[in-house]
Design a protein around this ligand. Structure first.
Ligand SMILES: [Zn+2]
Length: 601
C-alpha cells in the first residue's frame, strides 16, 4: 500500500562543506566534512544515518550477495559467470570510513552497518532545530564495477559518484537508510561547498560551479585569460552547488573539455577522452545537447541551474545533479539517446526528486517518456508511436508471468528484468496512457504544472495523480491504484457485431480487471469513418475529441462492474467495414487481437 502523507509538506535541509585530498596513484582520498542539518520535520530526531556507498564494493557485501543470488545479474558486474565484487583484492575494493564525528563539537558514537553508518545523538534535534556535524573520513575508490570507480572500461581514471558520507533522507515516511544493494537513491536537498585537491594534470568535471576558474584553467578560464602557474604537484578545485541532493565529480588527465552556451539557457560542458574513435561523435553531440535542453525547457519547464555537464565515465549512463556520466564509445544515435535520457533526469529526479527506491517508475518512467518524445523531434524520427518499445516490453513482462507491482522496492524485484520493465517501460506508459485518458494537451499541461508545483521537493505518486486531476477535472484514483499498485491488466474486446434491423449492434466486453475509458473507430464501406467514446463512469469526466477531423459521439458512461457494453451503429451491418478499439494503441491492452473486428470479404 502507498503510505499516505497526513502532514503538511516539509523537507529536511543540509549544507555540506567538504575538503578532500585525492591520491590518484593509490586511488585513496581523505577529507573533512562539516554538515549543518536543519530538522524541518515535526519530530524529535535522536538518531541520524549516513550512506557509505563505497562499502558495497567489497567481497561479502549485500551488493555482492545479491549478485550471487539473483537469476539475471547485471552483466557489467559479472566475469565468467561470477560476481566481480567477490574477487576484489584489498587494494581493488572500495571503502568509505568515518574516523571521527562530532555533533556541535561533542563526540558522538557511531557504528558501521555495511553501507550505512548509524549515529546515536547525544543531543536530540528538536523540530525546527539545527545541528552541526563535523567528521573526518577516508575512502578507497574501487575498480569500476557499477556507476562509480577507477579506470572504467573506456579508460576514464575517476568516476566519483556516491563517494562521500551522505546523510540519509528523513521525510514524512521516516528514515530512508536503504542499504546500497543495487540501485536508486533518495537524498536531502541542500547546498554543497566542495574543495578537491588532486594531481594538477587531472581535468575535473561534475556537479557545481567552479569558484576558481582562473586558477584552475583546464578550459574553465575566460577564453584568452592567462592561468597563473602554481607551485607543487596538486591543484585545488573549489565547487559550489546550490539546491541539489547529490554531488558527483569525475577526473581524467586526458579529458578534452568543450563548452557550448544554450541560447537563453545554461552553459553546457563536455568532458571526453582524446580518443580519435570518439571525438567526432562528441563534437556532433554538442548542438544536439543544446536542442534537447531547449526541448525539455519548453515541454516541462526551465532548467533551473546555470550549468550542465556531459561527462564520459561510469559504465552506461547515470544521472547526477547538474551532470551525467555516460560511456562514450557508441554510435551517434546511441550517444544522443543516452545523453537525452540522462539529461531528462535533470527534471525527473534532480529537480523533481521522487524517492526512486520506492517509486522508480516516477524517475525512470517519466524520463523514458519525455526522452522518447525528445528523440522523435531532435533526431527527426517521426515514429507513429514513439512509445511502441515501452508497450512491447510491458506486454513481454506480462506474458512472462514475472510481473510485480510498481510499488515493489527497486532492490527487491525477483528479477532485474521485472524491475527494468516496471520502472522504464510501465513507467513511461503511465504517462502515455494518461494522455489517452485525459487527452494529449492535458497531459502536457499536467507535466508543466507538476514541475512548477513540485520542483526542489520530493513528489510522491499521489502528487502526479492530483496534478492530472486538477488539470483534467477527472477522478483518477482508479488509474494510479490499478496501474502502479497492482498487476491488474487491461483487456477490452469486441465480442460480437450483428445486424439489428436497419442498425448494427456492437457488443463490447471487459475481460481484464483494470478499468479504462474506450475510444472506438468505425470504418464504413463508403470510405467514411466516425468515432465513439465510452467514458469510464468512475472518472466522472470526458476528454476532448482526440480526432478532431472525425465526428465523435460521446456514449453513456461504461460502469466498470458491467462486463458487457453495447453500442448501436445507425447503419446496416453490410455497410460496416471494420471496428477498432483504441486506434491510438496508447491503451496498454494486453490482448490486441480482440480489439479489431473486420467484415468478412
Ligand atoms: Zn534513467
Amino acid at each position: 500500500m502507498e503510505a499516505q502523507n497526513n502532514t503538511s509538506y516539509w523537507q529536511q535541509h543540509v549544507d555540506y562543506s567538504m575538503d578532500v585530498n585525492v591520491d590518484v596513484e593509490k586511488y585513496q582520498y581523505s577529507g573533512t566534512q562539516k554538515l549543518v542539518y536543519t530538522n524541518n520535520s515535526p519530530d524529535v530526531l535522536s538518531r541520524v544515518y549516513y550512506h557509505l556507498f563505497f562499502n558495497a564494493f567489497q567481497p561479502g557485501s549485500e551488493m555482492d550477495m545479491r549478485l550471487q543470488s539473483v537469476a539475471d545479474p547485471d552483466g557489467r558486474m559479472m566475469a565468467d559467470g561470477k560476481s566481480r565484487i567477490a574477487s576484489l583484492s584489498p587494494e581493488e575494493m572500495g571503502y568509505l570510513r568515518v574516523n571521527s564525528l562530532t555533533q556541535d563539537n561533542q563526540a558522538v558514537s557511531f557504528v558501521e552497518e555495511g553501507t550505512i553508518l548509524v549515529v546515536e545523538l547525544i543531543k536530540p534535534i528538536p523540530p525546527g532545530g539545527k545541528t552541526t556535524f563535523e567528521m573526518t573520513f577516508n575512502g578507497q575508490i574501487p575498480l569500476q564495477i557499477r556507476r562509480s570507480g577507477r579506470n572504467s572500461s573506456e579508460g576514464v581514471a575517476l568516476s566519483m559518484s556516491q563517494w562521500y558520507p551522505k546523510l540519509a533522507e528523513y521525510d514524512f515516511e521516516g528514515w530512508h537508510a536503504d542499504p546500497y544493494i543495487a540501485r536508486e537513491f533518495h537524498g536531502v536537498w541542500g547546498d554543497f561547498d566542495v574543495k578537491l585537491t588532486l594531481d594538477k594534470k587531472y581535468v575535473v568535471g561534475g556537479t557545481g560551479y567552479l569558484q576558481n576558474p582562473e586558477e584552475v584553467g583546464h578550459g574553465y578560464e575566460t577564453p584568452g585569460s592567462k592561468i597563473k602557474k602554481t607551485k607543487g604537484k596538486t591543484l585545488t578545485w573549489h565547487f559550489k552547488a546550490p539546491m541539489v541532493h547529490d554531488f558527483m565529480w569525475a577526473a581524467d588527465p586526458d579529458y578534452l573539455h568543450d563548452t557550448l552556451k544554450v541560447e537563453n539557457g545554461p552553459m553546457l560542458h563536455f568532458f571526453y577522452k582524446n580518443d580519435k574513435e570518439i571525438v567526432e561523435n562528441w563534437k556532433k553531440l554538442q548542438p544536439k545537447t543544446a536542442e534537447a535542453m531547449q526541448f525539455f525547457n519548453k515541454n516541462i519547464g526551465d532548467y533551473p541551474y546555470e550549468q550542465y555537464s556531459v561527462i564520459q565515465g561510469g559504465d552506461g549512463g547515470m544521472e547526477y545533479a547538474m551532470s551525467t556520466l555516460i560511456t562514450g564509445g557508441r554510435n551517434f544515435g546511441s550517444l544522443v539517446g543516452v545523453m537525452v535520457h540522462e539529461m531528462a533526469h535533470s527534471w525527473f529526479q534532480h529537480v523533481l526528486a521522487s524517492n526512486e527506491s520506492k517509486h522508480e517508475w516516477m524517475d525512470e518512467g517519466f524520463t523514458s517518456f519525455i526522452s522518447s518524445l525528445c528523440m522523435d523531434q531532435i533526431m527527426d524520427q517521426k515514429k507513429e508511436n514513439p512509445f511502441a518499445g515501452s508497450y512491447q516490453g510491458y506486454y513481454n513482462l506480462v506474458a512472462s508471468g514475472k510481473e510485480q507491482p510498481q510499488t515493489t522496492h527497486a532492490d527487491r524485484y525477483e528479477l532485474n528484468f521485472a524491475y527494468g520493465v516496471a520502472a522504464y517501460s510501465k513507467g513511461a506508459i503511465f504517462l502515455s496512457q494518461l494522455g489517452y485518458i485525459i487527452g494529449q494537451d492535458k497531459l502536457m499541461e499536467t507535466l508543466r504544472k507538476y514541475y512548477q508545483d513540485f520542483k526542489f521537493k520530493h513528489p510522491t505518486p499521489n502528487d502526479i495523480k492530483r496534478t492530472a486531476e486538477k488539470v483534467s477535472g477527472m477522478e483518477l484514483d482508479w488509474y494510479l491504484t490499478d496501474w502502479t499498485q497492482t498487476t491488474n491488466t487491461i483487456d477490452y474486446g469486441i465480442k460480437a457485431v450483428e445486424a439489428d434491423g436497419q442498425k448494427t449492434k456492437v457488443s463490447l466486453e471487459r475481460i481484464g480487471l483494470m478499468p479504462m475509458p474506450i475510444d472506438i473507430l468505425v470504418l464504413y464501406n463508403d470510405g467514411t469513418q466516425e468515432t465513439f467514446y465510452a467514458p469510464l463512469r468512475m472518472m466522472y469526466g470526458e476528454k476532448e475529441n482526440p480526432y478532431p477531423n472525425l465526428k465523435r459521439t460521446v456514449l453513456q458512461d461504461w460502469p466498470w462492474a458491467n462486463t458487457n457494453y453495447d453500442l448501436i451503429l445507425d447503419k446496416e451491418l453490410n455497410n460496416v467495414k471494420a471496428i477498432v478499439l483504441d486506434p491510438s494503441q496508447l491503451m496498454a491492452d494486453v490482448n490486441e487481437e480482440n480489439n479489431v473486428w473486420q467484415a468478412q470479404e
